[in-house]
Ligand binder design. Structure first.
Ligand SMILES: [Zn+2]
Length: 79
């Protein structure tokens, strides 16, 4: 079992693929195959193609959230 896990990990290491074009990745540009693919990936991030939740809250939002939480507690206590 342990041997199998090690072999699997070695397999993954040896057959690392570029996440952009699925070509074999080069150590130089890992995990990409080229600087071009690295750029493509970066631009995807910048364009928001990847859904990364970025939480930007103003003070007013925080106040609102605070009162929402307090309200919830209030109703829970009431029941
Ligand atoms: Zn690539």
């Amino acid at each position: 079992m342990r041997n199998k896990v090690i072999i699997d990990l070695e397999d993954k290491k040896n057959s690392a693929k570029c996440p952009v074009c699925k070509n074999k990745s080069l150590a130089q540009y890992r995990p990409f195959c080229s600087s071009r693919c690295a750029d493509i990936d970066l631009s995807k991030w910048l364009n928001g193609s990847y859904s990364v939740p970025i939480l930007e809250m103003s003070e007013a939002d925080l106040d609102e959230l605070d009162s929402a939480v307090n309200e919830k507690e209030f109703f829970e206590k009431k029941d």
